[in-house]
Design a binder for this molecule. Sequence first.
Ligand code: M6R
Length: 619
Amino acid sequence: MCGIIGYLGYREAYPILINGLKKLEYRGYDSSGIAIFYEKGYSLCKTKGRVYDLEKKICLNKIKISGTTGIGHTRWATHGIPNDLNAHPHVSNSNNLIIIHNGIVENYYAIKIVLSKNGFTFKSKTDTEVLVNLIEFVKKENQLSLEEAVRISLNEIVGAYSIAVVDKSHPETIVIAKLGSPLALGINDKEFFIASDPISFIDYTKNALYLKDGEMAILKKGRELDLRKIGDNHKLNPIIEKLKINLKQIEKGKYKYFMLKEIYEQPKTILDTLRGRLLISTKGNEIICINGIESNKDVFINAKCITIVACGTSWHASLIGEYLLEELARIPVEVEYASEFRYRNPILDRRNVIIVISQSGETADTLAALKLAKKKGAFVFGICNVVGSSIARNVDAGVYTHAGPEIGVASTKSFTAQITVLILLALKIGKYRSVINELRYKNLCQELISIPEKVDFVLKTDNSIKKISKEYYNVNNFLYLGRGINFPVALEGALKLKEVSYIHAEGYPAAEMKHGPIALIDSNMPVIIIATKKGFYDKIVGNVQEIKARKGKIISIVNEGDVQVSMLSDHIIKIPIISEELSPLITVIPLQLLAYQIAYIRGENVDQPRNLAKSVTVE
Ligand code: M6R
């Protein structure tokens, strides 16, 4: 997690760094800091709190902010609590070297002991301060240039990093390096922009170089960049790409929060995910085109089973994928938490297909699970949103969700985009394996086309959801129930509420309720129940009766025209009728809106919930 930024060029660095840091705050926002270099020194300011607090501190303390080289950081704490001392940038003992770091130095403690024995002292509790002092130690001991000292030190490091280091006596040079954490370099004539995510420099340049793991670059003012391998110092040819990010996608527009904007974007993002992949010919033939599947047709036909690996919301999408792939493609599917999978000793070979799902494409556990699966000989297929991300680059084949940048920490549009891809995948593989009936295939494809319109319809329930939210925003607990393919939607609804409102919520399969959670139900317990017609309606009516008998408050998601569940409910949210396989795309929308509205009424910072970060690049 954490966001790093840097600038080296001819303009004032401060506004570039501050604006860039604001765009990186989704990566972590418990403290922030900046260092600006001028000819004979530098100014440093860091603080607990957000970039806004940093700006205030700089202004109050009248800190000198003029200079054309600078680095900045927004933090999600790993080593050491969020406070001014632990905030980045970190400075070496001699006060000469200044570093920003995203990642974890796992062997920092052993290095710290060696450095302490050599007279080094530490002000913070961070692994990063150890790293900058290691670089200083290596540099002094061996009389090396900054780049060589960085390179040799990094070869001693176990862990993950994207870093930028400056020697205050040579502010015309920045050394950057990457292993495991993302790092992009924006390039213009005579200027460089360094960032964890190119959205922070897209205002200035669309030419970008994504550093690969094990690469470092030496950037010098007004000169070509020098790209090298950290391992053996081998010189590399930089491959510059044109970024395709549209600025509107990273602005809130008329919305107060990105989360709400992203919820409302879903009719469009689902369409974008389908675009070019679901083709209906003039003769009414439905064709699904997914290159990553087509070029590996035999792998999917012959797969003995599929394991889907992910974390958080992407894990919930995976559970929906399990249902879809088993139902439509008739392949046995397992779903695993990446953090568990990576530390087991899974039995895998070439006939195992592993699907990794990740919005950011940078989640450390998912990336490690991917690498393990590849090492064991499995075929790894990725579903990612962020183009060019580490997971996307490491899989054997894959597909992008095309949901556009998701800035709100709570995932919304990426979830429905992942489900859309999984539906396409299940249909395509089902067709390859000749296990799906032609009519069912055709009907589902046709229905998929109508989804964006139906999502639009459900978004109109926002006003009634606001009213429900006003009634329940102060409760301590919520229970979410669903069955079949809508059980993972219940889990996702509960996760959304927890993340943004800090209300405790649990998702359960509706029928499991009587095996324990029913004990919680009384007149203070709101229960959200997904009770759509197609699926297990009659069984769900039974579950609703059980809640009613115990005086629970029932908020149900029902289809238009519903009578039975509606009569038993305290509140109903009506959604259009849709096939069960596609229903999560619709049923999740009211749950996202409810989580948002409750958090909003409670006055929470919806886009940046406490303790969270958008991409979890530490394990
Ligand atoms: O980027 P990823 O999809 O790999 O992220 C996985 C989880 O960290 C993520 O879904 C997290 O649970 C979100 N905060 C959910 O809203």
